[in-house]
Write a protein that binds this ligand. Structure first.
Ligand SMILES: Cc1cc2nc3c(=O)[nH]c(=O)nc-3n(C[C@H](O)[C@H](O)[C@H](O)COP(=O)(O)OP(=O)(O)OC[C@H]3O[C@@H](n4cnc5c(N)ncnc54)[C@H](O)[C@@H]3O)c2cc1C
Length: 427
């Protein structure tokens, strides 16, 4: 198969450490974590700090999964608003979940500050931009619910959103000041660095191919022939989940999110676009999300085709969206185009599983995992250290493969085309 076309804007710093094969064969650990993205590394950091012996194994290089490729928007909350969560999960768990959801952006910025991570970031908020009256009403409802809980949020009118984004076509929006932006590859690599300094082993190019339980201990085998043992195993493979745990990959619908980055913008243009450095997602069914990078580019993303991209033409729908929002960018070169995988679940919530004692799996962050997985990793580490399932914000659920999973993807592709048409009508 030819390699897919992908050229991310986020670049590995020259001084970034490599995480080599560093464990002794037959090594035994309290926890082995499969997957070295934000979820795996946040779990590793906090578990190591709690005194557990930890080994992370990643099939590729650290940052090659969604964690190093994403838009770097650090957004608190889940897809659902507080009242829905309480109605759905009941008062006690629902309230705890709302509190957890409110804290997920803090989890990122706290670790950056406390661990002194070298990560470019700005914490000036996230704008959910509304292009229809219906979207404005939803924003007002969300605003009411979060403000009642003391969150630093507010509604924006048409003039305010135009001034804050410099973009065309919005009726208003919602500003969540708890949010911010980071360089996601630096964040992931820095998490790996501090997890390693805290005592966690981190090994790249180590695909785990088999899990077996023997006398209450998990035996973990890698493609290269290494055999390790652990009391607990955490699968933090998310949208890149393979067949390691039967049925798990069939619980999610993996989709591609594509992104583009312009050349660094001339000073005058840069000053008129997102002058406050906020992140934006819009309210379209097939939404676009955007922000500026620390070197002054506009970085914009949205859903991409299901097949692997093969040429720059596969990003042209994002270039059109960019010019629709910012006609003044028409002459500016698009220098970077890349993509990554996100995992959707049918109920749009992350799923936590423990199909057998000591075997845990986390999947599904609906394209909003930077804050979520940072916070969830800490809770997972607490669970591993204490055995108390109340540490987990979401209930542990059985692995339920989506019926007709293979056809579901075809359905999603058709739905995306249909939603794009509806969005085009509302322009
Ligand atoms: C293009 C794009 C843009 C996004 N934008 C945003 C955003 O702006 N804000 C936001 O909050 N979220 C965003 N997301 C979502 C966010 O990136 C993810 O939710 C988050 O990074 C998931 O982290 P993770 O650690 O769970 O998974 P990943 O970072 O994907 O890590 C999974 C790892 O598992 C490894 N793996 C898989 N199978 C095996 C195996 N058998 N053995 C060993 N290793 C294995 C993979 O190599 C991979 O490194 C975006 C995602 C994409 C793709």
């Amino acid at each position: 198969m030819p390699a897919a076309f992908s050229d991310p804007v986020w670049q590995k710093p020259l001084m970034a450490p490599a995480f080599r094969f560093g464990f002794s064969a037959g090594g035994a650990f309290d926890v082995i974590i499969v997957g070295g993205g934000i979820m795996g590394l946040s779990t590793a950091l906090h578990a190591a700090r709690a005194g557990l012996s930890v080994q992370v194994l990643d099939a590729g290089a650290i940052g090659q999964g969604a964690s190093g490729l994403n838009g770097g928007q650090v957004i608190p909350g889940l897809k659902y608003d507080p009242e829905w969560l309480i109605e759905h999960f009941g008062k006690e768990r629902g309230e705890a979940l709302v509190e957890f959801a409110a804290s997920t952006a803090d989890a990122v910025f706290d670790v950056i500050r406390n661990e002194k991570l070298a990560v470019p970031f700005t914490r000036n908020g996230w704008i959910q931009a509304a292009h229809t009256e219906t979207a404005l009403k939803a924003a007002a409802n969300r605003d009411r619910q979060w403000r009642a809980r003391g969150a630093d949020v507010r509604l924006l009118d048409q003039a305010e959103i135009a001034a804050m984004t410099g973009a065309r076509g919005y009726l208003g929006g919602w500003l969540d000041r708890r949010a911010g932006i980071i360089d996601p590859l630096s964040y992931t690599l820095e998490l790996a660095r501090v997890a390693s300094a805290a005592g966690a082993g981190i090994a790249e190019q180590q695909r785990v191919v088999r899990l077996a339980k023997e006398a209450g201990v998990w035996r973990v085998s890698t493609q290269g022939g290494a055999e390790l043992r652990a009391r607990s195993v955490v699968l933090a493979t998310n949208a890149y989940t393979d067949g390691l745990l039967p049925g798990l990959a069939q619980t999610i619908v993996p989709l591609h999110s594509f992104q583009i980055a312009t050349a660094p913008l001339p000073a005058e243009l840069a000053a008129s676009i997102l002058p406050g450095g906020q992140a934006v997602s819009d309210s379209r069914r097939i939404l676009v999300y955007y922000r500026k990078s620390s070197d002054g580019r506009l970085v914009l993303g949205g859903r991409g085709r299901m097949a692997l991209p093969s040429s720059a033409g596969d990003w042209v729908h994002l270039e059109r969206a960019l010019i629709r929002l910012y006609p003044a960018l028409a002459g500016i070169a698009i220098e970077k185009r890349w993509f990554g995988r996100v995992a959707l679940t049918p109920d749009h919530l992350p799923h936590l599983h423990e199909p057998e004692k000591g075997l845990l799996a986390v999947v599904g962050c609906q394209g909003r995992g930077v804050g979520l997985m940072s916070a969830l990793g800490k809770r997972m580490a607490n669970y591993l250290a204490s055995g108390d399932a109340r540490q987990l914000p979401f209930p542990l659920s059985p692995i339920r493969p989506i019926p007709f999973h293979a056809f579901r993807q075809v359905g999603v592709a058709a739905a995306i085309t249909w939603y794009r048409m509806l969005d085009a009508f509302e322009r």
